[in-house]
Design a protein around this ligand. Structure first.
Ligand code: CA
Ligand code: CA
Length: 199
């Protein structure tokens, strides 16, 4: 085998491995080697420990490599742990792992692409609507179903939305008070989780 043939052979092998990796990742529901957990009080990670003995032992048994806060979440209660071996996935999914000081520990679930709806004006919709086609395929007009939109913003005065946008009936707007006691002040029409404010 010539050097050129050898290089070509290696590159084809690498390409095949990359394709197989992409196919494998596409089939996964979560990021391998990562856990998301929430503590019951504000905590600070020190190296590979969060300061809760039983939970630190659990992470240590799964080869914890690092712990870091989840970006954009309020307070200091949301963390990502990089680990070498995943705990039993069914127990993780069912929130069966219980530890003092830990509200939950779960896989780092992946978002999935959805199918396109049969709306003839779909190509004229704003880009963020492409994340809810499965909901459109299920129903396009029930007041019984509230759709949560996770994005950087929603044009609430859009003609398609203005009469359908959800208003929190238990929150009085702009009075600086968390009227419904859900932890978010003036969240009468959505919430900015990045800036932790109502607008
Ligand atoms: Ca509130
Ligand atoms: Ca209020």
């Amino acid at each position: 085998m010539t050097f050129l043939q050898d290089m070509l052979h290696r590159r084809l092998l690498l390409l095949a491995m990359m394709v197989l990796t992409c196919i494998s990742l596409a089939a996964l529901e979560y990021t391998p080697g990562q856990l998301i957990f929430k503590t019951t009080a504000d905590m600070t990670a020190k190296g590979t420990k969060i300061g809760l003995n039983a939970f630190d032992t659990f992470l240590g048994n799964h080869g914890v490599k690092s712990i870091r806060p989840v970006q954009g979440m309020p307070g200091n209660r949301y963390f990502v742990a990089d680990i070498s071996s995943m705990p039993d996935i069914n127990q993780l999914k069912s929130n069966s792992f219980r530890f003092s000081g830990i509200e939950y520990v779960q896989p780092n679930f992946l978002r999935k692409m959805h199918v396109n709806p049969n709306d003839p004006l779909y190509s004229r919709q704003l880009h963020y609507l492409s994340s809810i086609p499965q909901a459109w395929a299920y129903t396009t007009g029930s007041k019984e179903i509230i759709v949560g939109v996770v994005d950087s913003g929603v044009k609430i005065f859009h003609p398609d939305l203005i009469n359908n946008i959800y208003i929190n009936p238990h929150e009085i707007p702009d009075n600086g008070i968390d009227d419904d006691g859900n932890g978010y002040i003036d969240d009468w029409c959505g919430w900015d989780f990045a800036g932790f404010r109502a607008d």
